[in-house]
Write a protein that binds this ligand. Structure first.
Ligand code: GLY
Length: 578
């Protein structure tokens, strides 16, 4: 008993050591974790402090996130990861995206468009558990069982409800009335749990114990698989679950200024759009512009419009549709696109190719460790509480990822995004995503890890945050805090955060933009390794309940002392940002 009390006390201390977003970057001498799910940060921070690597930490945080923010991601959803291994110096990406069941047809959804948003037919075959398992098999250094422990503890003992959690459930509580199991577990008498409420999820704790015991196939075969099939009326069958496979994919690679960009390939649109936009912007000296000026916003928004036009027209699952990846990320294509930019007006639509949400069921985790391993995981159940179905007896919320497919050129999904045949529903196909887990390397070593939740807004949030560091030399926190904007071609309007001054708005309107104010454009979670200072910096995005988990296990050096640092030796005395 005494021992148990000591463990709980240590856990509480550790959990409070994870820091909420602020004006200054978090700092660490031995590693950095940043996540949009604040209450889950301690899980990975503890793993790093106990000698686990970045991948172990990300896996522990991903499961803890499933418990802390069950409305945003979880074992009933999917994930993408981009990983760099210090051992062999290689980077790769993992696709554990949800997949259309064998019985899914485009025709069904065209005739029943409402069914793609929520309920049984909105559910795609989940991949998160197999994804986490695959990452662990390839890169893990701590026992799998240990990585599940923080999540199990949080589900069985409870998580304190914070403002973000309360507000999210308040926003969707009414929509849960037709989903009694989700309503029972996630609300208090049909209403949002009050601030400070201890949210306990015993059925989810049992499911996590099962996953802890059975590993990657825990949802593929056995009692949970049978329950998922039953809960979806066999829209997702036991055979669909048994056949699900993760895919290791060659990442999208690009370069920007002196940095290498490594990001997620299809079925995500994120990596292609990010590299495409950076290629165009590399033709301009952004640092000579005033950050946030109308001139700056117009250039970036025009670049976004062109990239999102391609997203709507020709992007989808490359296993099913021939996406011209090499062309889209080439410099020759960037030249063609840059020529379309008009400093005095709007980019015109192209003749050869054929929209902002109030929901978000996605989370992000960025981790970099003292050995030089790095991982960006973005995971999702699509919109808040996904399909809204909780599998009875398991506490598992099922995704509505089918809604990321396009079901007609003029039929926008929950993110307002339209698409083409490239992203039409087909059995076994993976819906087009905007998730952009990204690593930035310098001299072959990871120096930044970034990603964001929030559908199509993700890509714009990642782009602007990277530019803030690379072109404007902002520190990690300032880069994340700076006001953002977003344009996704259709609908044809520029979404801006409230901080943009009236003169900038008026000038943008005179350039032909219809403006829409939106309080939150993504939640960029940025972990930085600064090889010159030999320090890790973290920027957690205060637009959400984000936190950093900084690692400081080595002794504080004297100012004159030289420390050993990821293959180099540096003096840390000048490390503090202005
Ligand atoms: N479900 C959001 C995305 O994958 O982009």
């Amino acid at each position: 008993m005494k021992k148990l009390i000591l463990i709980l006390f240590v856990s509480t201390l550790v959990s409070e050591a994870a820091l909420a977003a602020s004006f200054e970057p978090a700092w660490g001498r031995d590693g950095m974790l940043v996540t949009s799910v604040g209450p889950a940060a301690w899980a990975g921070q503890q793993v790093l402090e106990n000698g686990g690597n970045a991948i172990d930490a990300a896996i522990a945080t991903a499961f803890a996130a499933a418990v802390a923010h069950p409305f945003s991601s979880g074992v009933g959803g999917g994930m993408f990861a981009v990983v760099h291994s210090a051992a062999d110096g290689t980077s790769t990406s993992l696709d554990a995206r949800e997949t259309a069941p064998a019985g899914a047809t485009a025709e069904f959804y065209t005739k029943n468009p409402g069914s793609i948003r929520s309920g049984a037919r909105s559910v795609a075959v989940p991949g998160m558990v197999q994804g986490a398992w695959a990452l662990h098999q390839k890169y893990g250094s701590m026992p799998w069982e240990k990585l599940l422990e923080p999540a199990i503890k949080m589900a069985s003992e409870g998580v304190r409800v914070e403002i973000w959690h309360h507000n999210v459930v308040k926003r969707v509580a009414e929509r849960l009335k037709d989903f009694p199991e989700t309503r029972r577990i996630q609300t208090v008498d049909g209403m949002a749990p009050p601030l400070g409420w201890n949210h306990v999820q015993p059925e989810l704790a049992e499911s996590l114990r099962w996953i802890q015991k059975k590993g990657g196939k825990a949802l593929a075969v056995g009692p949970i698989a049978a329950k998922i099939a039953k809960a979806t009326g066999n829209a997702v069958t036991e055979l669909d679950l048994a056949r699900y496979e993760v895919k290791w994919r060659e990442p999208i690679r690009g370069s920007y200024r002196d940095y290498e960009i490594v990001s997620m390939p299809p079925p995500s649109s994120g990596g292609i759009l990010l590299v495409q936009m950076l290629n165009i912007l590399s033709r301009y000296d952004l640092s000579a512009m005033n950050h946030g000026s109308s001139e700056y916003v117009h250039l970036l928004a025009s670049t976004m419009k062109m990239a999102f036009e391609d997203r709507a027209g020709i992007l989808g699952d490359s296993d099913f549709y021939d996406v011209p990846v090499e062309k889209l990320i080439s410099m020759a294509y960037a030249d063609q696109q840059a020529a379309r930019f008009d400093p005095r007006g709007q980019v015109k639509a192209r003749s050869d190719h054929a929209q902002v949400p109030d929901d978000d069921g996605t989370t992000h985790i960025s981790v970099i460790d003292k050995h030089g391993n790095a991982i960006a995981i973005t995971q999702t159940i699509n919109t808040l509480f996904g399909s809204k179905i909780t599998v009875p007896g398991t506490g598992i919320v099922l995704n509505n990822e089918m809604d990321d497919f396009s079901i007609g050129p003029e039929l926008a999904n929950s993110w307002g995004a339209t698409g083409s045949t490239a992203n039409m529903v087909a059995p076994g196909k993976r819906p087009l995503s905007s998730m952009t887990p990204t690593l930035v390397l310098q001299d072959g070593k990871p120096v930044m890890v970034i990603g964001s939740p929030m559908g199509t807004l993700i890509i714009s949030a990642v782009l602007q945050t990277l530019i803030n560091v690379i072109d404007f030399d902002f520190d990690a926190q300032r880069a994340v805090n700076a006001p953002r904007f977003h344009h996704q071609w259709k609908p044809d309007r520029l979404t801006i955060e409230p901080e943009f001054p009236v003169e900038v708005r008026e000038r943008l309107q005179s350039l032909g933009y219809e403006l829409r104010e939106f309080s939150i454009i993504g939640a960029a979670e940025l972990a930085v390794f600064d090889p010159d200072a030999c320090m890790f910096w973290g920027g957690a995005d205060g637009r959400r309940d984000s936190r950093t988990g900084a690692v400081n296990t080595s002794p504080v050096p004297r100012p004159s002392e030289t420390v050993q640092c990821v293959g180099t030796s540096r003096n840390t005395a000048e490390a503090v940002p202005d």
